[in-house]
Design a protein around this ligand. Structure first.
Ligand code: SAM
Length: 356
């Protein structure tokens, strides 16, 4: 038999041929997650973006925030989980568990850490962590918890921005959806019923002459998380805005961006599977949907504000006590990186939602 190995370009073109058109969400899904060929299913020789996880002390700050939540609500209860969505290569999980094990042994004893990661390549890279933290950590490829079954914290760093989105455009006072047709050409068409339903529910749409994204998958995810939560918190760290800012008329192109070799571009139809595609998330979608499920917004702040109000000063107080000048410098510059309002501190937002 003659098996032919297909490239991602061929897979996408064949899907278009058989369906006549695909939505941007379907296109993004293939580019990022097609097994073996999508951006997140390969081991990339480079990391095309720099994230919180790469900054020392991010994991320590989060560990202290988790500890506080646990002390407030869970100390005397059993079956406490920390679930990380989109745990990637397990870098953050490792740092968090190292910190908790060393500095917060009472907490370590009680918790169970679960990483959820759909990329099998990335899941494989996490295997060694199970040996490092026996019976404390496991990795799953899907979030499949039953209704009202999770007690604990479900958190993510840059998970929602990696979910595929629909792309829309407003022209002559009408909303169109962007579909992809033969030869990877874009076509404006009347919106699908999914987009119509989402915009109606959201109560907003992009301004005249502007592109935008419809975060339908984010909404489905937050609904699934809320339904699973018996009691606990959702903590989401990501870049994005509320609807009004997201759909404002100075954001003509929407927020979709590709990251390739540390540079950004809007050439969505190039480097298929080799470049990251992301969009700013719509925090209003997360808050509005969660509200329906009795999961209330407790805080929605910039990362800078949230960290300052939730224990960062303890780390700042420690700086003068550090003996080695190079370690002092490392801590000062890491904290600055995490909270500088013109950098990660301002770009990233933290949404804390709770159900108790
Ligand atoms: C932008 S990366 C962030 C990784 C890590 N959290 C970080 O901050 O470096 C998004 C991650 O979410 C994972 N992901 C996307 N959709 C997912 C899903 N439906 N279930 C589980 N993981 C998913 C991707 O495979 C990828 O590893």
């Amino acid at each position: 038999m003659n098996y032919q190995i297909k490239s991602l370009d061929q897979i996408i073109l064949q899907k278009i041929q058989s369906q006549k058109k695909i939505s941007f969400q379907e296109f993004m899904e293939l580019c990022l997650y097609n097994p073996g060929l999508g951006y997140y299913s390969r081991v990339s020789p480079f990391q095309d973006y720099y994230t919180n996880v790469d900054v020392p002390y991010f994991a320590q700050i989060l560990s202290k925030i988790f500890y506080k939540l646990w002390q407030e609500e869970f100390k005397n209860k059993t079956d406490f989980k920390i679930i990380e969505l989109g745990s990637g290569e397990g870098k953050l999980a490792k740092k968090i568990l190292e910190t908790i094990k060393k500095e917060l042994p009472d907490f370590y004893e009680k918790l169970h850490y679960i990483g959820i990661e759909r990329s099998s390549t990335r899941l494989k890279m996490c295997e060694e962590l199970s040996a490092l933290f026996p019976k404390k950590i496991e990795f799953l490829s899907e979030f499949n918890y039953k209704e009202n079954s999770v007690a604990g914290i479900i958190f993510s760093n840059e998970f929602f921005d990696a979910l595929p989105v629909r792309r829309i455009f407003k022209k002559e006072n009408k909303i169109f959806e962007i579909f992809i047709v033969k030869n990877l050409k874009e076509l404006l068409m009347p919106p699908s019923k999914e987009v119509m339903e989402y915009l109606l529910w959201l109560g907003s749409e992009p301004k005249e002459g502007c592109f935008g994204e419809a975060h339908i998958e984010s909404r489905a995810w937050i609904r699934k998380l809320c339904k699973s939560l018996k009691e606990g918190a959702l903590l989401t760290i990501d870049y994005g805005f509320e609807t009004e800012e997201l759909y404002s008329d100075f954001r003509k192109e929407g927020t979709l961006l590709c990251h390739f070799n540390h540079q950004t571009n809007r050439d969505f139809y190039c480097n298929l599977g080799k470049q990251d595609i992301t969009s700013h998330i719509n925090f209003s979608t997360l808050m509005k949907e969660a509200d329906n499920w009795n999961v209330k917004t407790i805080a929605f702040k910039t990362q800078s504000q949230f960290f300052i109000e939730n224990g960062l000063e303890k780390f700042i107080e420690e700086i003068p006590m550090i003996q080695e000048p190079k370690d002092r410098l490392r801590m000062t510059s890491s904290l600055k990186t995490l909270i500088h309002p013109e950098g990660m501190g301002g770009t990233f937002k933290v949404l804390l939602q709770k159900k108790f």
